[in-house]
Ligand binder design. Structure first.
Ligand code: NAD
Length: 376
């Protein structure tokens, strides 16, 4: 077995560490020209302004004009601001949406291109980019340590990841206190993304030992701490452990890549508006059962390593976790027509599907979506 491992992002983890932004920037020689891409809540409640003030001139602009599952036009707007103000680095403070927008903007700003030219077209991103400091505010995507930027082109009805080495942030500052304000349903959904990334990173065709170890570390933390973080948003231990799970699951999947559940999540989010993590979790137990005997027993070994008797018991626990934290377990409320099910099958045929350890046929997808369409 041949494998490579590389992880270029410096990680600073712990409560209160958001206050280190200025020092981190200074240590990179960045003392002016910073753009803070900020989650809207933090732009509204004064947190973003305080970060700008505390930066003592290092950060001069705030951009918060973007939506969840950011659109290519929003990336272009951020890039235009960087060009217009001759900005030199980007601090991305928010969930995956903020970080992914910032990553693409930090690259595209050094060209005159629209990000749409690179989104889902196969055109390689330019390697030059502005330095990025990533500050996640959800325990979810792990985007702070990945080379991925997931964007949406609403005009074309397309959501897809762009991958570029230039997207790796230089530094990730993970401050669990920033996640206390995340509402319960967003906590649940983003936490389910963590679990999906750990499990899919492990069973991906591109699996490798270091990422396996990360997946085995991250997954049990989600089973234990997600229900607590949802029920008690200010529970410091649960928030800290979910942030730990999130960054380590990010390390678990960024090289192996995600698989079937992520492939199916794209149309579920794009067409039916189901939040990203909830959409991933919707199919995770189904694919666990499909993959259970794959890779000469590796998937069974994973289930045992994280404390279950076998993969079926792990799949049952995923289902129970969804129920406990209030995430959907079916699509019955959407009253899907046969045509809508056919669309889901067709659009799930995303490149990530081919990383799944078992070949997924259209018939398997049809079966799954028919089952979900009939389930509450
Ligand atoms: P998000 O960034 O879209 O945020 C979800 C909601 O929570 C938004 O309404 C946001 O405003 C709010 N929010 C965020 N932080 C908050 C806080 N601290 N307090 C209160 N509200 C807060 O959600 P996400 O799950 O973090 O990111 C999802 C996006 O990331 C999707 O587009 C997904 O495809 C992408 N993604 C990227 C990667 C990657 O490696 N780049 C990996 C997985 C997913």
């Amino acid at each position: 077995m041949l494998w490579d491992y590389q992880q270029p992002v410096a990680i600073r983890f712990g409560n209160g560490r958001v206050r280190e932004i200025k020092d981190v920037a200074a240590s990179m020689g960045l003392t002016e020209g910073g753009l803070l891409v900020s989650e809207q809540l933090f732009a509204q409640n004064g947190t973003a302004e305080k970060i700008v003030k505390d930066s003592e001139g290092a950060i001069s602009e705030i951009f918060s004009d973007f939506s969840p599952n950011p659109d290519v036009t929003e990336v272009d707007k951020a890039a235009a601001l960087i060009r217009e103000k001759h900005l030199k680095f980007v601090v991305a403070m928010g969930g995956g949406s903020a970080m992914d927008l910032a990553k693409s903007a930090a690259s595209i700003a050094l060209t005159n291109d629209s990000i749409a030219e690179y989104h889902g077209t196969g055109k390689a991103m330019p390697q030059e980019h502005l330095p990025i400091i990533a500050v996640p505010t959800t325990a979810g995507t792990g985007s702070e340590v990945t080379c991925v930027s997931v964007l949406t082109n609403r005009a074309l009805g397309k959501k897809a990841p762009i991958v570029s080495d230039g997207f790796f942030p230089s530094v990730a500052i993970i401050d669990p206190e920033l996640t206390y304000s995340v509402p319960p349903h967003v906590t649940a959904s983003t936490g389910m993304d963590v679990l999906s990334q750990a499990i899919e990173g492990y069973w991906s065709k591109g699996h490798q030992p270091i990422c396996d170890a990360c997946a085995i570390h991250a997954a049990p933390l989600v089973f234990k701490y997600l229900p607590i973080a949802v029920a008690e948003p200010n529970n410091a231990e649960a928030r800290q452990k979910m942030c730990e799970a999130s960054v380590i699951a990010g390390l678990a999947f960024t090289l192996p890549k995600t698989t079937s559940s992520h492939a199916c999540s794209f149309p579920l989010t794009n067409i039916h508006g189901i939040p990203h993590g909830e959409a991933c979790g919707l199919t995770l137990d189904w694919f666990a059962r499909i993959n259970k005997d794959a890779q000469h027993g590796r998937v069974q070994e994973f289930a045992r390593a994280i404390g279950f008797e076998d993969v079926d018991a792990m799949a049952d626990a995923i289902h129970e976790l969804k129920v406990k934290v209030g995430l959907r377990t079916g699509l019955k409320d959407l009253n899907l027509s046969a045509e809508q099910i056919a669309d889901l099958v067709r659009i799930s045929r995303h490149p990530n599907l081919y990383n799944n350890p078992v070949e997924i046929t259209d018939e398997m997808l049809q079966d799954m979506y028919e089952h979900l369409a009939a389930t509450d």
